[in-house]
Design a binder for this molecule. Structure first.
Ligand code: ADP
Ligand code: ADP
Ligand code: ZN
Length: 215
C-alpha cells in the first residue's frame, strides 16, 4: 500500500506515520526529515534549503522530488510507503505520479487529516522529538511515560525544531493553504481521498486510519 498523509503543519502526519510504520512495517518518507538531515550534514541541498525552511517557505520542487526518487529507488516495491509532507505542490504531485510509475508502485489512498487551524500553533510550539530515535512528543498531548526519558529507546536527549515557532508556523499555514490544499482535487478526481478528524485524540486518529487501511 502507498499512502499520502495530507494536512497542515501540526495536523499529526508524522505522529501517525510513525505508528503505521510500527504496526504495518511500512516506510515513512518525510521530506521534512530528509531536508533536516541534509541541513545537519551541510550537504549542497541542505545549504540551499536551510534559510527557506527557517522562514517556513517551501523548498524547490526539484530538490524534494529528487530526494523522494532516491528513496524509492532504494526501496523494495513490496514495502508500502507513507508519504508525509510530500507532495506539497501541484508540480510535486505530478512528479510523484511519474516516480511511482517508474518505481513500480501505485497510489492507494490520500488521507487528509482535518484540523482546526486554531489548534495548530499550540501543537507546533509544544512539539519535541527524541534525539536518539526520532519519536515525536508533545509538552501537553504526548508526554513520555517517565519525564525526560524516551518511551521507545530510553534516550534522555530531546530536540526542538528551529522552525517550530509561532511566526514561522503562520507562514507554513499560508503556504499550505495556497499551494498544498489545492492539490486535493487532483486526487479527488481519482476517488482516492479519505478524510479523518485530526482533532480527535492521537489514539482515535490512529484507529480511524487503521479502518481506512483495512478497507
Ligand atoms: P505534522 O507531522 O503533521 O506536522 P506532528 O505529527 O508532528 O504533525 O504533530 C504535531 C504535534 O502535535 C506533536 O507534538 C504531536 O505529539 C502532537 N499531536 C499529533 N497529533 C495529535 C492529536 N491528535 N492530538 C493532540 N496532539 C497531537
Ligand atoms: P510540518 O509537517 O511541520 O509542516 P515538515 O517537517 O514536513 O513540517 O517540513 C518542514 C519544512 O521543510 C517546510 O516548512 C518546508 O520548508 C520544507 N519542506 C518539507 N517538505 C517539503 C516539500 N514537499 N516541498 C517543499 N518544502 C518542503
Ligand atoms: Zn527515543
Amino acid at each position: 500500500m502507498n499512502i499520502i498523509l495530507l494536512g497542515p503543519p501540526g495536523a499529526g502526519k508524522g505522529t501517525q506515520a510513525q505508528r503505521l510504520v510500527e504496526r504495518h512495517g511500512m516506510r515513512q518518507l518525510s521530506t521534512g526529515d530528509m531536508l533536516r538531515a541534509a541541513v545537519k550534514a551541510e550537504t549542497p541541498v541542505g545549504l540551499q534549503a536551510k534559510a527557506v525552511m527557517e522562514r517556513g517557505e517551501l523548498v524547490s520542487d526539484d530538490i524534494v522530488s529528487a530526494l523522494i526518487d532516491a528513496e524509492l529507488a532504494a526501496l523494495d516495491p513490496a514495502i508500502g510507503v507513507i508519504f508525509d509532507g510530500y507532495p506539497r505542490t501541484a508540480p510535486q504531485a505530478r512528479s510523484l505520479d511519474e516516480l511511482l510509475a517508474s518505481h513500480g508502485r501505485a497510489l492507494d489512498l490520500v488521507i487528509e487529516l482535518e484540523v482546526n487551524e486554531d489548534a495548530l500553533v499550540e501543537r507546533i510550539t509544544g512539539r519535541f522529538t527524541c534525539a536518539g530515535c526520532g519519536k515525536g512528543y508533545h509538552d501537553t498531548f504526548e508526554r513520555p511515560a517517565v519525564d525526560g526519558v524516551c518511551d521507545k529507546c530510553g534516550s534522555t536527549e530531546f530536540k526542538r525544531r528551529p522552525d517550530d515557532n509561532e511566526e514561522t508556523v503562520r507562514t507554513r499555514m499560508v503556504e499550505y493553504r495556497a499551494k498544498t490544499a489545492p492539490i486535493l482535487p487532483i486526487y479527488e478526481a481519482r476517488a482516492i481521498v479519505r478524510r479523518v478528524d485530526g482533532m480527535a485524540d492521537i489514539d482515535a486518529v490512529t484507529a480511524a486510519l487503521e479502518r481506512l487501511i483495512a478497507g
